[in-house]
Design a protein around this ligand. Structure first.
Ligand code: SF4
Ligand code: SF4
Length: 173
């Protein structure tokens, strides 16, 4: 026997809409309003599930993954060698980079002979899966507990090295 697709309900909470003429009592909406107010009152005295963000912040789970950081080593040099493995591992294709050769005298800036002159993550594409972190052979990229800030423009979500590289004063001691 063929299944009637129209009568199927995945949630099991489907209610068929009645097209019958409303009675005078129903047209007054008194009972509907009273029922709605009852629901409002019931929720009014329950503990709030919302918080006053950003003054208040929720405690994140220990496995929470937020925005990325590009690490420096103990001398303050950038660890990333622009190998591209993070970009390759990224299922959202959110990472792009341009590599450059380190010049003489730049050893204090870049740990390896090759470095990322441009490194960008599109936070609108990122799904914070952490695969870039897993793929990195240089321990150069990590996901932090910080959230990606809101912005009015899409360009604001393209994070370049100015936002990603660890501040020099935070270098690994
Ligand atoms: S966390 Fe996942 S989606 Fe985001 S940049 Fe890294 S690999 Fe791509
Ligand atoms: S962050 Fe790691 S995996 Fe990505 S390009 Fe740099 S060194 Fe390679």
């Amino acid at each position: 026997m063929a299944t009637d697709i129209k009568s199927m309900s995945l949630s099991g909470r489907k209610i068929d809409v009645s097209e019958k003429e409303m009675t005078f009592k129903e047209k007054m909406y008194v009972f509907a309003i009273a029922k709605g107010m009852g629901i409002t009152l019931r929720h009014f005295f329950k503990p709030k599930v919302t918080i006053m963000y950003p003054e208040q912040k929720r405690e994140f789970s220990p496995v929470y993954r937020g925005r990325h950081i590009l690490m420096r080593d103990e001398n303050g040099a950038e660890r990333c060698t622009a190998c591209g493995l993070c970009a390759l591992a990224c299922p959202a294709e959110a990472i792009t980079m341009t590599s450059a050769e380190r010049k003489k005298g730049e050893e204090n800036l870049y740990r390896e002979e090759k470095y990322a002159s441009v490194y960008e993550i599109n936070m609108l594409r990122c799904i914070f899966c952490g695969l870039c972190e897993e793929a990195c052979p240089k321990e150069a990229i990590f996901l932090t507990e910080d959230m990606v800030s809101s912005d009015f423009k899409r360009e604001g979500f393209i994070y370049g090295k100015d936002k990603l590289v660890m501040p020099l004063e935070d270098k690994i001691h």
